[in-house]
Write a protein that binds this ligand. Structure first.
Ligand code: F6P
Length: 321
């Protein structure tokens, strides 16, 4: 029986080095690896192939996922899950490794309950919003892309004595925005996890402008939905001409950083080493906590929401008031 890998939900840098390591390491261990293209949609449609080394040659440094991805609505329906199971049976695949977020993990948990197909989930999302793990694959690359963009926007803001409001992704989680604000020297950080005091910020920034401040960098998480409000605030209350940049999907692409390449290799090696030992569970998620890899159950991962470390939220206090 073989193992298959698929990528699901929002893609991220680090997926390709993970796919390459999966194929290369399975062959080293004498296991037959399979590739499922187009995520859960491809599982339904039978886009499955026996992996060869040439399928994954030259992909390690590329962003995105050569297996492509999808957010499948059809997988919610039993009849399509049954079709997916029949495809796996045809190829004699009885174990899956899925790179994705908690939505993808939940889908495979249901699949296990229907047909008993065991799986290992690897947290892979730029949002870093999965409870139980300190790190999700792709986050470091996304942070470096935000850093590059913020450094560039700062240059032009300084030249024009402007404010800039930079919106990051992250869904409902402020991790990307907070870490970027802390590492890119933002004056203001707006994330769902922290309440901002605009009156106090207005006084502080106006005073700094009087003392010679030339530009203002505001980093805002998309989940707050406050981007335009912040532009209006800077222009009308603080009194500085302002431009907004919504970074958008550039944050999801780009060549994986060294850290994401290494994490990809480590996540996959751990998964392949352990996948035959997980017989007592429907499926497990690999988490990286305090520098070590271990497993958590899906129920644990779903039992709460990710919270940003308190010490980071504390350091950000000077950017919210
Ligand atoms: O979950 C990853 C993510 O990039 C979020 O940060 C963002 O809100 C969402 O996906 C965007 O999704 P889509 O690519 O479907 O527009």
């Amino acid at each position: 029986m073989g193992i298959a890998i698929l990528t699901s939900g929002g893609d991220c840098a680090g997926m390709n080095p993970a796919i390459k390591q999966f194929v290369d390491y399975c062959y080293i261990k004498g296991i037959q690896p399979y590739l499922i293209y187009d995520g859960l949609e491809g599982l339904i449609d039978g886009n499955i192939k026996k992996a060869t080394h040439s399928d994954v040659a030259g992909i390690l440094h590329q962003g995105g996922t050569v297996l492509r991805s999808s957010r499948s609505k059809r997988f919610f329906e039993y009849s399509y899950r049954k079709q997916a199971y029949e495809n796996l049976t045809k190829y004699e695949i009885n174990k899956l490794i899925i790179l994705g977020g908690d939505g993808s993990f939940r889908a495979l948990k249901q699949f296990y309950h229907d047909f008993g197909v065991k799986f290992i989930g690897i947290p892979a999302t730029i949002d870093n919003d999965i409870f139980g793990t300190d790190y999700c694959l792709g986050v470091d690359t996304a942070l470096n892309i935000i850093r590059n963009s913020t450094d560039a926007i700062r240059d032009t803001s300084a030249s024009f004595r402007r404010g800039c409001v930079i919106e990051t992704m992250g869904r409902d989680c402020g991790y990307l925005a907070l870490i970027s604000a802390l590492t890119c020297g933002a004056e203001v950080c707006v994330i769902p996890e922290l309440e901002i005091d605009l009156n106090s910020l207005t006084k502080k920034l106006k005073n700094q402008i009087l003392l010679g401040r030339q530009y203002i960098v505001v980093i805002v998480a998309e989940g707050t939905k406050k981007t335009q409000q912040l532009v209006d605030w800077l222009e009308n209350d603080v009194g500085i001409e302002t431009r907004a940049t919504i970074l958008g999907h550039v944050q999801r692409g780009g060549n994986p950083t060294v850290y994401d390449r290494l994490m990809a290799v480590e996540f996959i090696t751990f998964a392949v080493d352990k996948i035959f030992e997980i017989d007592s569970h429907e499926g497990l998620i690999i988490v990286h906590k305090n520098g070590r890899f271990s497993f958590e159950t899906i129920d644990y991962i779903n039992s709460s929401t990710y919270t940003i470390k308190q010490n980071l939220l504390d350091i950000a206090q000077n950017m919210i008031k």
